[in-house]
Structure formats: C-alpha cells, structure tokens
Design a protein around this ligand. Structure first.
Ligand SMILES: C[S@@+](CC[C@H](N)C(=O)[O-])C[C@H]1O[C@@H](n2cnc3c(N)ncnc32)[C@H](O)[C@@H]1O
Ligand code: SF4
Length: 317
C-alpha cells in the first residue's frame, strides 16, 4: 500500500518548502511555508498569513493559520534586513496562500518598498485564488503589475464542475475562466495548476478532458500538474480513511496525464509536471513539444515496468 501523506512524511519530503532557519535574523517565518518549485531561488516574504478562503477539501497548507495581513512596517524591517544581508535579490514571492486578497493599496506600497530596497528586482509573484481574482478589479491588477507584481499562481485544479464542487474550490469552470481572464486582461502572467487524480477513477477521463478545455480557454503562460494527495487534517484525508477516495496508481495517473496533454490546444505555454507530488517529471513548451511529451507518455503506458516513476519517498508537497 502506498503511504498516506502524513505530517511526518511532509516534514521529511517537503522539497518545495524553504528549510526553516535558511534566513536567520530578522525574517521570522510563521508556520509552514509553501512556494512553487519555480520560486526556489526567490526571497519569500509572508505578506499575508494563511489563506483567506481555506476551504478546499484537499488543502492542508494553511489550516492551522488564521488569515491576516501583516503590518507594512514589520515587512519593511524584513525587506531592509534582506537588502543589507543578502546578495542582489532578483525575485520575490509573496506568501502565504492568497496574498493577492490583501488590499490593493497595501500591495502597491509593499511593491514600492521592494523596488526601493532591491535595485535588481526583476519580478514579484504570489498565489492568487479564484476568490482573490473575483475581488480584485482589472485596473487594480494593472496598477500592481506596473508596480512589479507580474505573475500569479492559480490553482485551477479541474475543469470539471462536479470535481470542482467536490473539491469545494468555490467556483465552477466558467467562473474560473472568467476570473483568470481578468488577470490576463490586466497583463498578468498566469501559472496554473491542475490536480491529477482529482476526479477519482470514475471521472478520470472526464476530468482530464474538461481540465484541458479550461486551460485552453485561459491560455496561461505556464501550466503544471500536481498529483492530488490526501493530507492529514483535510476532508479529503477523512474521506480517504473511510475508503471513499480511489487514489489512482502511477500508471492510471500517466493515462490521465496523457489525456490531459492530448486535449491541450495552446499557443505559447510552458508545461511542467516537475512538482514533487508527481510520479513522472515531464516538461516542454506547447505547442512545440506536445508530440514529444505524448510519445514519452505512450512509452510509459506501453512499458509500465520500465517507466521512471518516482518512488514514494521522493514525493512531497
Ligand atoms: C498553496 S496552494 C495556493 C493556490 C491558490 N490559493 C489557489 O487556490 O489558486 C498551491 C497549490 O498546491 C496544490 N495543492 C495543495 N494541496 C494539495 C494536495 N493535498 N495534493 C496535491 N496538490 C495540492 C494545489 O494545486 C494548489 O492550488
Ligand atoms: S488551494 Fe488555495 S484557496 Fe484553496 S485552501 Fe489552499 S491556499 Fe486556500
């Protein structure tokens, strides 16, 4: 049996979390910290604590935190300390789960202070939930983009309405497309996430196809797949304990991924399945590399015994 994703496993495996104490001194991170793999070399600043929504059935990341926006002066002290002690900072990632929900005026002032402190600053990014995108006006996002916040990470998770309802994502597929469109209209790059396995076995194929359709409608700059993993303390974990979740095998997930990639009609998107939750790490530029990625998946499906599936101990969130 494959191990469940317990807090202990996460501590051991969580490669996408900066190690505690990596930045000793003034930056005191509160609780566990999560960031996308592509922000590995970014300065991480907790502009907000927790997630203002915090209801998605699979997500344990901020359950123990009460949402709040941190005082600007506290953040300024951390920024000034980082400017004094770290080398040139080119990228900043604003944590925690949905920093974009903070008031636009607060974020704008924070961006001004970041630019003043870090002359080589090249990009600032954050997580943006569908709820934050519902709240933010296009003009606000444009102003924030002009101030340097140019990339949002958005968990689409699925394009299938029944799956989205089950995940309690809070929006259906049409609303996901609408709010993502607001960000695109504001000139923001979107890096989106799809949760493989979220449809269980019964909806695996429908989830893959519907997710590709939603991604096609959004045309994000980046799309990544993650493997849905039951984590202790979540409704998903409780359902899994009751035997109500069929966790797909690595081979079934590869089949689902193939169907998802086959459905993608993108004009300029970077695809990755390199998040630590995946069994197969694939990457490419779409549409250019679509045939190569499909061929790699066909090889896996034809010869599962030789497939380079990551062992459980290497996986994480
Ligand atoms: C820190 S969350 C922030 C996402 C953002 N708040 C949103 O809703 O758009 C980042 C992503 O991690 C992934 N994630 C969270 N919990 C997960 C789990 N248990 N298994 C797999 N992926 C998970 C989801 O794709 C989620 O969108
Ligand atoms: S997936 Fe995003 S919106 Fe949902 S609970 Fe996690 S951080 Fe919050």
């Amino acid at each position: 049996m494959r191990p469940r994703w317990t807090a202990r496993n996460r501590r051991r495996n969580g490669p996408s979390r900066p190690r505690a104490g990596r930045l000793p001194g003034v930056i005191q991170y509160e609780g566990k910290l999560y960031r996308p793999p592509s922000e590995a070399d970014s300065l991480i600043l907790q502009a907000t604590i927790g997630c203002s929504y915090n209801k998605c059935t699979f997500c344990a990341m901020y359950r123990e935190k009460r949402f709040r926006v941190r005082p600007l002066e506290e953040l300024t002290r951390e920024i000034q300390w980082a400017a004094r002690t770290m080398g040139p900072v080119r990228k900043v990632f604003l944590a925690d789960g949905d920093a974009l929900i903070a008031k636009s005026s607060f974020l704008e002032e924070l961006l001004v202070r970041l630019r003043q402190a870090f002359p080589s600053l090249h990009r600032v990014s954050c997580y943006a939930s569908p709820q934050a995108l519902q709240v933010r006006k296009v003009e606000e996002m444009q102003r924030l983009r002009d101030a340097g916040l140019t990339l949002y990470y958005l968990g689409i998770e699925s394009g299938h309405d029944e799956v989205l309802t089950r995940l309690e994502k809070g929006v259906d597929a049409q609303e996901m497309i609408r709010v993502a469109g607001k960000a695109t209209e504001a000139g923001i790059k979107l890096s989106t996430m799809i949760l493989l396995g979220a449809g269980n076995r019964a909806l695996s194929s429908a989830h893959a196809r519907a997710s590709a359709e939603v991604v096609n409608a959004i045309q994000p700059r980046f799309v990544s797949t993650l493997v849905m993993t039951p984590v202790e303390g979540t409704p998903l974990f409780d359902s899994a304990e009751r035997g109500e979740v069929d966790e797909l095998s690595p081979l079934e997930l590869a089949r689902e991924l193939r169907e998802f990639v086959a459905g993608l009609e993108l004009t300029g998107t970077v695809f990755r399945s390199n998040h630590a939750s995946n069994y197969l790490a694939l990457a490419g530029n779409l549409p250019r590399d679509k045939a190569r990625i499909l061929a790699a998946l066909d090889q896996v499906l034809a010869h599962p015994g030789r497939a380079p599936f990551a062992p459980e101990w290497m996986r994480g969130l």
